[in-house]
Design a protein around this ligand. Structure first.
Ligand code: SGN
Ligand code: CA
Length: 546
């Protein structure tokens, strides 16, 4: 906001290209293609470009090495649909209407791919969509219904429902490559390529089953967090590895004998698990029904491969019979084995897509963005899932490669947000940025090799609404500066938290109420109020939730 350069570049682009004017071929040739890659729940702790000790992601690292890595990119609302709606509209949840996953996106709103299409781009949306609505503004779409399936997944393809054979991450990439093969060579392309992986329940590709079975992953230092000194929100959630992971669905603790007998039972023998109803959230009696919905989609060959790997896990569990802290540690290891194997397939497939772009000579003409819909807890505070404004879920990866204007190996500490993606891409495409988009174009940061421009934002604003729901994370909003984070949990509670991120990067010590920090708290509250006014969220606790 108030970024003069952004406004001016938008105006110039707008003058050069009115929406109804089809741009000439020569102009198209100069405009960059865009490939927007987004995974579901892929966090920076699982990317070697960000220094992960858990896994190597060489293909993603390549984007960073040949482009820019953002250390401080945050989301407006750390849950799937809301993040996607913010990215498409460039607006916070209270303005685009998608405050939580139960809502349907109002597709009469302006989204950036639509503006690119009007400006002469060929547009495609492939993979996870999760907005409830039918995609509008795309020449081609092939999306997963709802959360999608890992094996033999269904797709909604330009209005038709079809089922494909194979593993979801590979199929989404096949579709992306097929779209590029058939594209109109007279137009630049804008392709949204979005993975389901590594979303819960973390089901690896058959070729990766068991790949980490000999690996012992380092634990986060607060895996056994006892929440001392923290408030009710941190304690009362339902996303503890210790107590909220389900035996079959999450941990895959079903022996071959159990799998054989149960997979033959009709679905009606299990409690119904259809729908994503709030009431079904956190109900472990749905465990087996959910598991078999996925398992029964595997082919017989896949099932045999599966059983070989997980039978060993069940045997180990029975032999060790871990309890207490040992059980949490054991579950954490299994969680990492499955989650990270899903990440490996994403990395391979992004590599395959980049190789294809290189082969057709379009790699350097293409802006490649890599991000996730939010971060994720990999055992920090003993958690899995996301939702909280704590850094592991609030922060999201952001890598961008575009050698024509981004210096290779750039790293930026500038505050970026998923709110900025739409204005940034419109800016690079030379399309006018609508005045009501709330983000900033990141172009000055990217073209400046990561340097923080003068007058750049000094704080980020967050607002999460989905309560009561899955994992029972309470409603909250807050502000994060480079040094501090102030959070207000509201609705069925009225509690504040303050963290000194420099001294306490893992957010273990709530300083709210400590007299020494009173001036800091007052300053942050004033700043928070300003941001709420700026983003038109001045009455944050009064948003009506249907
Ligand atoms: C599912 C998951 C939850 C997850 C939500 C939202 N449960 O409901 O663990 O928080 O999705 O995720 S599961 O039993 O169905 O796996 S999001 O990425 O779509 O926001
Ligand atoms: Ca997600």
């Amino acid at each position: 906001m108030g970024n003069l350069k952004m406004i001016l570049s938008g105006l110039v682009a707008g003058m050069a290209l009115t929406a109804c004017q089809q741009p000439k071929l020569a102009e198209n040739k100069r405009r960059p293609n865009i490939v927007f890659i987004m995974t579901d729940d892929h966090t920076i702790q699982a990317m070697s470009a960000y220094g992960s000790k858990l896994v190597k992601t060489p293909n993603l690292d390549r984007i960073a090495k040949e482009g820019i890595l953002f250390n401080n990119c945050f989301v407006t609302n750390a849950v799937c649909g809301p993040s996607r709606a913010t990215i498409l509209t460039g607006k916070y949840s209270h303005l685009n209407g998608l405050t939580d996953n139960s809502k349907t996106f109002d597709s009469t709103q302006v989204i950036y791919p639509q503006l690119l299409k009007k400006a002469g781009y060929q547009t495609a949306m492939i993979g996870k969509w999760h907005l409830g609505s039918t995609p509008v503004g795309f020449d081609y779409y092939s999306i997963l219904p709802n959360q999608g399936q890992y094996y033999q997944p269904d797709f909604l393809e330009n209005g038709k429902r079809i089922q494909e054979k194979g593993y979801v991450t590979d199929i989404i990439t096949n579709k992306a490559i097929a779209f590029l093969e058939k594209r109109d060579h007279d137009k630049p392309f804008m392709m949204i390529y979005q993975h389901k992986a590594p979303h819960r329940n973390w089901m690896p590709a058959p070729r990766h089953l068991g790949m980490f079975d000999q690996t012992v992953f380092p634990e986060p230092e607060n895996l056994l967090d006892d929440f001392k000194g923290r408030g009710r929100a941190a304690k009362e959630q339902l996303m503890n590895i210790a107590t909220d992971m389900w035996d079959a669905w999450d941990l895959k603790l079903l022996s071959t004998a159990q799998l054989d007998s149960m997979s033959k039972l009709p679905a009606s023998s299990f409690k119904d698990s259809k729908g994503d109803d709030y009431k079904q959230a956190n109900d472990p009696s749905l465990d087996k029904a959910r598991f078999f919905e996925v398992y029964n989609r595997m082919t017989d060959v896949e099932k045999a491969q599966w059983r070989k790997v997980y039978d060993k896990r069940v045997a180990e569990f029975r032999r060790l019979n871990p309890k207490g802290a040992d059980l949490v540690r054991w579950k954490y290891q299994q969680y990492m084995r499955d989650y990270l194997a899903c990440v490996v397939a994403v990395d391979e497939n992004v590599g395959r897509l980049m190789d294809y772009l290189e082969k057709i000579g379009e790699l350097d003409n293409t802006i490649i963005v890599y991000t996730s819909d939010q971060g994720f807890f990999l055992g920090e505070h003993g958690y899995f899932d996301k939702r909280f404004m704590y850094d592991e879920s609030f922060r999201t990866p952001l890598l961008v490669r575009y050698p024509k204007s981004i210096k290779a190996g750039s790293v930026s500490n500038a505050f970026a947000m998923n709110l900025d993606f739409a204005p940034t891409l419109l800016d690079y495409a030379g399309v006018k940025i609508p005045a009501d988009m709330q983000g900033l174009s990141l172009r000055p940061v990217m073209d400046g090799a990561g340097k923080i421009p003068e007058k750049w934002r000094k704080a980020v604003y967050y607002h999460y609404y989905e309560f009561p729901s899955w994992h029972m994370v309470k409603r909250h909003y807050g502000i994060r500066t480079e040094r501090y984070k102030l959070i207000h949990f509201y609705n069925d509670i009225d509690e504040w938290e303050l963290y000194d991120l420099q001294k306490d990067p893992h957010e273990m010590k709530n300083l709210y109420g400590n007299k020494d920090f009173e001036p800091v708290i007052q300053e942050l509250k004033a700043e928070l109020k300003k941001l709420q006014e700026q983003y038109k969220d001045a009455n944050p606790e009064e948003v009506v939730l249907k």
